[in-house]
Structure formats: structure tokens, C-alpha cells
Ligand binder design. Structure first.
Ligand SMILES: Nc1ncnc2c1ncn2[C@@H]1O[C@H](COP(=O)(O)OP(=O)(O)OP(=O)(O)O)[C@@H](O)[C@H]1O
Ligand SMILES: [Mg+2]
Length: 364
């Protein structure tokens, strides 16, 4: 847990409302090696003040290492990290003015909820009366006012998670770092906590760097997402741009489902010409499935039409997913369940069509 004595804590009146210090983060060609292992390589990245930036990537891609470097728990092997324009190379973690939530919430097990929250403030020399007011306020904010006297072992996972979040926020840090903070929670609780984190970010305007390997979480929460792969940045973009215009096959497949159209039996039609070294890709929800005898769509002239056979149909609540064999490949088609819709079964002949403008080209 990083607590800070570099800046005086904001006066009680402005506490938790504003972040009074600039909080722009810059990674300048940062590399981190552990012996033979390169955990992070040549990472350059700027996080704007007030931004919610998510680092997304598979296991071992260097997400936690990136966060640890920023937090000051690790030192770069090469390159530099700037916060508010100044190198933090020689600033120890406890002076970096950051609230941190680790994947394991790491509450002090022998301290009550309230004492867990007092701690960062005491470290900063905040007066007892101010501490009480701040802790009351943040406990109310995460809906834990009644549980201040409990020990962490007497809380549910979600409650512990909220305490960890409250502890990271109680000292009003200009930067918040979160490493997979919701991975231990079930889906409903996770979604509830996502809304909570998002609203806290909006309310306090804290520059937030969030690490996850959960694509949906990244899409829901972030202003921008950095996709990491083997220690390097693969693509940085807004959630929408990343999903709609992935530049590589890796990003297309990591963020949602992607049909890579590389079967030579189907010549892909597109409004654009295929750049060298790329393959065509289409998202499952962009493909329409219909009976082969159904009338053509009114915009058929803008569509590519192929014939296929249903391999499999998977019903998933509001969605229906088809695996459709086209030539030698199998395309995934996803449609929203609606009343009056025709349902296809394995073995059914179908017609697939999609807008040529929905085809994307990604680096192979
Ligand atoms: N202290 C260390 N010593 C040696 N290798 C390490 C150390 N810490 C991390 N690594 C290696 O660096 C790479 C990146 O690890 P990192 O923990 O940053 O991945 P991650 O993206 O956070 O993965 P996960 O999603 O599993 O948490 C991995 O190959 C890992 O084995
Ligand atoms: Mg990690």
C-alpha cells in the first residue's frame, strides 16, 4: 500500500471532491527484464489527467509489471517514467501519491475495516477529527457505513473489495492503480462493482490505470484501452475503435470474437482493397443468417452472400450463436433473439450475408 507525504493532503472541505495535483503519466521506452525474461519491452505510453486507462492482455503479457513499475515497486531496466512531467526514477513507492488496489485485496487482517481506512491517513499525518470525517464519508460512499467495526474475515469478498477500494481512495490520491480488482467476484457483483468504480472515477476525476484480462470489463470501464502482448503494446485506442477497427489478428481475437476469412474457397468482397500482409475479418454480429429461399435484403447490392450449413446452434439467453460451415471454414454468427425469428438446426442449409463495408483487414 502506497501512502504519500510529498504533498500536503487537501483541506477537509475539498477532500475527495477534486484532485488538486496534475497527474499525467508518461512511460518513455520502458523495459523491464528479470534475468533472461523480458517482462516489458520498449513501452511508451501517455495517460492523460483524469483518464481511465485499462491495460488489457493475456496472462504473462506484462500488465502487472507495468503497474508495479508505475507504483515504484519495481525499477525499469531501461527507459523512464514521468508523473506530472517529472521523472519518478528516484521517488520511492510510498512517496508516489497513488492509491493502489492489488488483485488480492491485501487488507490488514488484524485491523477492523475502519482501522484499515484510518491507516493511510495516519501515515500522512492527518488529524484525528479529519480522519474520522473522511473515513465516515468514504464508508458511506461504498455503502459500508454499518460495517466499520468488523474484521476483514467477517466480510464477504465483495465487501472486502469495497474496503480495498475505499482504502485506496480515502487519502484522495491523484492517481489510482488497480490490478484485477474484481477477478474474485461473481458476475453480478462484478458488474455492480464496475458501476461503482466507474461512478467513483467520474465523481473524483482520478487518473486511473486499471489492469484486467477481462475484455468486457475493459470495454465497459475505459476511456482508452492498451492491449499488451508479450511485454509490448499491440494497440492503444478507445474501446469502440479497438473493437471496430482492430489492427491485428491478435487484437481482433482477444477483444471479442472474430471470423478470420482466410479460406481461399471464399473470395472476400470488400469496398476497400486488402493491404499487403493482412487478412479479412468480420465480427459474428455483422453476419446475418437466413433461409436460402428467403427474399434478398433490400440492400443486397452492398452485401456479400455465401451459402453454408449449420454445424451447431448455441442458445445463450438473449443471444443465439451459430457455427456455420462455409467451404472449409466455420464462421461464427451471433444474432439477438427476437420473436418471430426463424431458428436453424444443425444440418440446415442457410444463406449468410454481410455488408462489404463491415469487413476489416487485420495484420496477419
Ligand atoms: N519477479 C519476477 N521474476 C521473473 N520473472 C517475472 C517476475 N515477475 C514477472 N515475471 C515474468 O514477466 C512476465 C510478465 O509478468 P506479469 O506479472 O507482468 O504478467 P501479467 O500480464 O500481469 O499476467 P497475469 O494476467 O497472469 O497476471 C511473465 O513472463 C512473468 O513470468
Ligand atoms: Mg498480473
Amino acid at each position: 500500500m502506497s501512502v504519500n507525504v510529498r504533498h500536503p493532503v487537501a483541506a477537509e472541505g475539498q477532500a475527495l471532491e477534486a484532485t488538486p495535483f496534475p497527474a499525467q503519466i508518461e512511460f518513455c521506452g520502458v523495459t523491464k527484464t528479470y534475468g533472461q525474461v523480458t517482462a516489458v519491452e520498449g513501452l511508451s505510453l501517455t495517460v492523460q489527467r483524469g483518464e481511465f486507462l485499462t491495460i488489457l492482455g493475456p496472462s504473462g503479457s506484462g500488465k502487472t509489471t507495468t503497474l508495479m513499475l508505475l507504483a515504484g515497486f519495481e525499477a525499469p531496466t531501461a527507459g523512464d517514467i514521468l508523473i506530472a512531467g517529472k521523472s519518478v526514477a528516484s521517488v520511492p513507492s510510498y512517496r508516489r501519491d497513488q492509491g493502489i488496489v492489488f488483485q488480492s485485496y491485501a487488507l490488514f487482517p488484524h485491523l477492523s475495516v475502519r482501522r484499515n481506512l484510518d491507516f493511510p491517513l495516519e501515515m500522512r499525518g492527518v488529524k484525528a477529527a479529519d480522519t474520522t470525517r473522511r473515513v465516515d464519508r468514504i464508508l458511506a460512499r461504498v455503502q459500508l457505513s454499518d460495517l466499520g467495526g468488523r474484521m476483514p474475515s467477517q466480510l464477504s469478498g465483495g465487501q472486502q473489495q469495497r474496503v480495498a477500494l475505499a482504502r485506496a481512495l480515502v487519502a484522495d490520491p491523484p492517481i489510482l492503480l488497480l490490478d484485477e480488482p474484481l477477478s474474485a467476484l461473481d458476475r453480478n457483483l462484478r458488474e455492480q462493482m464496475q458501476r461503482e468504480i466507474k461512478s467513483l472515477h467520474k465523481e473524483f476525476g482520478i487518473t486511473t490505470v486499471y489492469v484486467t484480462h477481462d475484455q468486457d470489463e475493459a470495454l465497459t470501464l475505459s476511456d482508452r484501452i492498451v492491449v499488451m502482448r508479450a511485454g509490448r503494446i499491440e494497440q492503444t485506442d478507445t474501446p469502440e475503435a479497438l473493437y471496430d477497427r482492430p489492427t491485428t489478428r491478435f487484437v481482433a481475437k482477444f477483444l471479442g470474437e472474430a471470423n478470420i476469412l482466410e479460406d481461399t474457397a471464399v473470395e472476400v468482397e470488400s469496398d476497400a482493397t486488402r493491404p499487403f500482409g493482412t487478412v479479412a475479418m468480420i465480427r459474428p454480429e455483422r453476419i446475418c443468417v437466413a433461409d436460402p429461399t428467403a427474399p434478398q435484403r433490400s440492400d443486397a447490392i452492398r452485401r456479400q452472400v455465401v451459402a453454408g450449413t449449420v454445424d451447431d446452434m448455441i442458445y445463450a439467453g438473449p443471444l443465439r450463436k451459430y457455427h456455420v460451415r462455409v467451404g472449409t471454414s466455420v464462421l461464427v454468427v451471433r444474432e439477438h433473439v427476437a420473436s418471430g425469428q426463424q431458428i436453424f438446426r444443425p444440418g440446415d442449409e442457410v444463406r449468410l450475408d454481410w455488408l462489404r463495408s463491415d469487413v476489416r483487414f487485420v495484420a496477419a
